[in-house]
Design a protein around this ligand. Structure first.
Ligand code: ADP
Ligand code: GLC
Length: 476
């Protein structure tokens, strides 16, 4: 078995703010079938320490950025974890990234430098005899690990950085260079400097042996100024080392035939009961139009301001929408206000995993109007549950949905609806198409069945990661 250490700031089901957690939580299971033994190094937040079965301390440091840090072996279900227990960094209430005022914790650079540093130490010394061949780092929170490998002169452990979202750079002031244990020679535009600051993400992009992102289309988009968020030049320089590997979803957790949150179903007929329950739960009226659902972080990325513009037309055509989300206060308010004006719009502000399952089972369609979307998971859940995805033509949304254009409808292969460009006008047109297709039961059912048959598991992608692991370890 090839030994790989996955390094990340989130891991479902222990701690989650978004899709990163799902991917980090599912990857070890997916890779086990490929001859890869993966352990995951994650921060010891209160929720993690409370839910995992802790074992012994395998590595420790007395002054890890201001206090004692211990790497503790742990298990949670089938996950084989190394938890970085460092109360001065992680023992805090509330969000794992933000303080009570909604700002980044001021010591986020140190909090995730600590995680990356311990990953590099495990690569150097091993953890009680277990030593990885590869560090698989996720996003900026693990971005410094490849830089530390270089700084420590470790050449027999390779590193891969997976970009889940290039919007978050992990910036720190230059004055923290020594404090973050970074070598001065790295602080150049060719290294980890980004406009005079330290960028943890850029460190990973520059010093990791290989780069991946979570869909082939986003891998191409990242090379353009429109999507690269200032790092497209760095990425173009490394284009030969960058590939896109689609996320899968956990087929056990997201299984309409066994989901404990819903009235289980194997065929489309079973959705009716779930739809009735959902309408009831949200207090939405019966009607002839489609019931759309939306489950999302409320942020600029997700294109929800476009939906606010397009929604009145959809609701006027008899569409109904159940929305679950939290995040941007302005968007939370805007949707709540709208819900006061329309009977066929219901909004739940908050985060509710169980409710998200019931929505997926009861909805006719799931909306994902993102401006950019590295992969996106909710459209994949939608496919699996026969809840037709209506998505923007971008990133992973482009790679996972077969749009109902004339050719696809004629060939009988469509799985959803796509719109481009990502504007309110094009979204309105897509919502019109949703209403029109929904009004043709035969066509609609065909799309739903196609959706349910579309493969959304990890198999292909796990094989792709395994192939990448072999390539990176074969390079002398
Ligand atoms: P991102 O990671 O950019 O937020 P993804 O689509 O990859 O987008 O993943 C989002 C994950 O978070 C999905 O598992 C989705 O169901 C979940 N999620 C987002 N918002 C909520 C919410 N308010 N309640 C429950 N689950 C949510
Ligand atoms: C990020 C992206 C999302 C992706 C997830 C998991 O949060 O925004 O598109 O699905 O990471 O890779």
């Amino acid at each position: 078995m090839m030994q790989v250490l996955s390094v990340a700031s989130e891991c479902a089901p222990l701690v989650k703010t978004g899709g990163l957690a799902d991917v980090v939580g599912a990857l070890p299971g997916a890779m086990a079938g490929q001859g890869v033994a993966m352990r995951s190094l994650i921060p010891g937040y209160p929720s993690v320490l409370a839910r995992a079965d802790l074992g012994k301390v395998v590595l420790a440091e007395d002054d890890l950025f201001g206090g004692r840090g211990e790497v503790v072996e742990a298990r949670a279900g089938t996950l084989d974890l190394l938890i970085l227990r460092a109360p001065h960094l992680y023992d805090r209430p509330g969000s794992i990234y933000l303080n009570a005022a909604g700002q980044d914790w001021s010591d986020n650079p140190e909090r995730f430098a600590a995680l990356s540093w311990m990953a590099a130490r495990i690569a150097r010394e091993g953890a009680e005899g277990w030593r990885p061949r590869i560090l698989h780092c996720h996003d900026w929170q693990a971005g410094l690990a490849p830089a530390y490998l270089r700084g420590l002169g470790i050449h027999d452990v390779q590193s891969i950085l997976t970009i889940h979202n290039v919007a978050f750079h992990g910036l720190a002031p230059a004055a923290k260079l020594d404090g973050l244990r970074l070598a001065h020679w790295m602080f150049t535009p060719e290294g980890l400097e980004f406009w005079g600051q330290i960028s943890a993400l850029k460190a990973g992009l520059v010093y990791a042996d290989k780069l991946t992102t979570v869909s082939p289309t986003y891998a191409r988009e990242l090379l353009t100024p429109d999507f690269g968020m200032g790092l497209d030049g760095v990425l173009r320089a490394r284009a030969g080392d960058l590939s896109g590997i689609l996320n899968g979803i956990d087929l056990e957790v997201w299984n309409p035939a066994t989901d404990p949150e819903i009235a289980p179903y194997r065929s489309l007929e079973g959705k009716a009961e779930n739809k009735a329950r959902l309408l009831d739960e949200f207090g939405l009226p019966e009607g002839d139009g489609p019931l759309a659902v939306l489950i999302s972080r409320l942020s600029e990325q997700k294109g929800l301001d476009l939906l606010i513009d397009a929604l009145p037309g959809f609701l006027a055509r008899g569409g109904r929408l159940a929305l679950l989300g939290s995040g941007d206060k302005g968007l939370e308010r805007a949707f709540s206000d709208l819900a006061n004006h329309y009977d066929n719009l219901a909004v739940r502000i908050g985060y509710d995993e169980a409710l998200s399952h019931r929505m997926m089972a009861g909805g006719d369609a799931i909306l994902v109007p993102s401006r950019f979307e590295p992969c996106g998971l909710t459209q994949l859940y939608g496919l699996r549950y026969g809840t037709v995805p209506l998505v923007a033509l971008t990133g992973g949304l482009a790679d996972t949905v077969i749009p109902a254009n004339d050719a696809a409808l004629r060939a009988g292969v469509a799985t959803g609806i796509q719109f481009a460009p990502v504007t309110a006008q094009a979204l309105s047109a897509a919502l019109d198409q949703l209403c029109a297709l929904y009004a043709q039961p035969e066509t609609w059912n065909r799309i739903q069945r196609n959706a349910m048959a579309h493969p959304v598991g990890w198999e292909t992608s796990a094989a792709d990661y395994a192939a990448l692991y072999r390539t990176v370890t074969a390079t002398p």
